[in-house]
Write a protein that binds this ligand. Structure first.
Ligand code: IPD
Length: 306
């Protein structure tokens, strides 16, 4: 399939959708538009949707339908409205997988780490990714075989470290990222605490053993799985982990990470006994672990030679 025209369309769509997000956020900053309380609950009290999510998804969906009427569309808010198991990506049909506003809680609290996420999927694999965080003016894009980019000019990864931080032997000094997720069933904040605890144990184990040992530099949580993946592709994060993601949370991020040279796998990935390689996982895993690209040695980079 010829991807160049679709890539150009997707990038412009991401920019236009980002403008809608920033306009909505700005009007809230100015005291107009939605108030901070203007959201509805979906599956739980922490799974929320705003009018902005719905408006931006409608804009993206209509734009795609006009340009590519034969393509399948899967969007977070379209799915929420009841089409059961719509998250399953068709194995053959060209498919758009969209989160109009990833980081809805951030948006609601005017914490700037939110973005629009647009993926184009061919043969069940993300081929094009566009992530635009308009508050931060960061546009991440990728097209299969054409590299991954920040703001269309800077090739990813930006932070170059020749050593890939494989889970069992990551060098010290890694920055880990994970999301605490939305599962508050049974023990309302207990699930959150359990997830934090298991991640911190994993981070301590990875940072403290094997490789050159040393300490984990830090653990981060951005409140947007999409932005976590973009920052891992950039090389700012060494490893990101989350359970419970939907396809629209990760599809564009996976496209960008893989095109930058990073690896998407699952937690505690089994290694190939002969090569030691870690297998990739595809969309639908629900439990993802991303490993940043191993960039070429770059003496200008502050983190070279760990
Ligand atoms: C959510 C965010 C959050 C992650 C959840 C996602 P939304 O997406 O990415 O960080 O923990 O798994 O569903 O609801 O803000 O679009």
């Amino acid at each position: 399939m010829e991807l160049d025209g679709i890539y150009a369309f997707a990038v412009q769509l991401g920019k236009d959708a980002g403008k809608l997000l920033i306009d909505a956020a700005q009007s809230r900053f100015n005291g107009n538009g939605e108030s901070t309380q203007s959201f509805a609950e979906k599956d739980s009290a922490v799974d929320i949707v705003t009018k902005t999510d719905e408006d931006v998804e409608a804009f993206i969906k209509t734009s795609i339908a006009q340009k590519y009427p034969d393509h399948v569309f899967i969007g977070e808010e379209t799915y929420s409205k009841g089409s059961s198991r719509a998250y399953l990506i068709p194995p053959t049909a060209p498919t758009w997988c969209v989160d109009p506003l990833d980081g809805t809680v951030n948006y609601t609290h005017l914490f700037p780490m939110f973005c629009v996420s647009i993926a184009f999927i061919v043969g069940g694999r993300p081929a094009i990714g566009v992530i635009y965080a308009p508050f931060l003016r960061q546009l991440f894009t990728s097209c299969r075989g054409r590299g991954a980019w920040l703001n269309e000019t800077q090739r990813l990864p930006l932070v170059r470290n020749p050593v890939p931080p494989m889970p069992a032997n990551a060098p010290g000094g890694c920055v880990f990222s994970c999301e605490w997720g939305k599962d508050r069933r049974d023990v309302p904040d207990g699930n959150l605490a359990r997830k934090v605890d298991s991640f911190l144990n994993m981070a301590a184990e990875v940072g403290g053993r094997g490789g050159k040992g040393g300490m984990v530099h830090g653990v981060r949580s951005l409140g947007s799985a999409t932005m976590d993946l973009a920052y891992t592709a950039m090389g700012a994060f060494d490893i990101w982990w989350e359970g419970g993601c939907w396809e629209w949370d990760v599809a564009a991020g996976i496209a960008i990470l893989q095109e930058a040279g990073g690896l998407i796998t699952t937690a505690n990935p089994p290694r190939d006994p002969l090569t030691g390689d870690i297998p990739e996982v595809g969309l639908g895993s629900r439990l993802y672990l991303a490993i940043r690209p191993a960039g070429a040695s770059d003496t200008e980079s502050g983190r070279e030679g760990q």
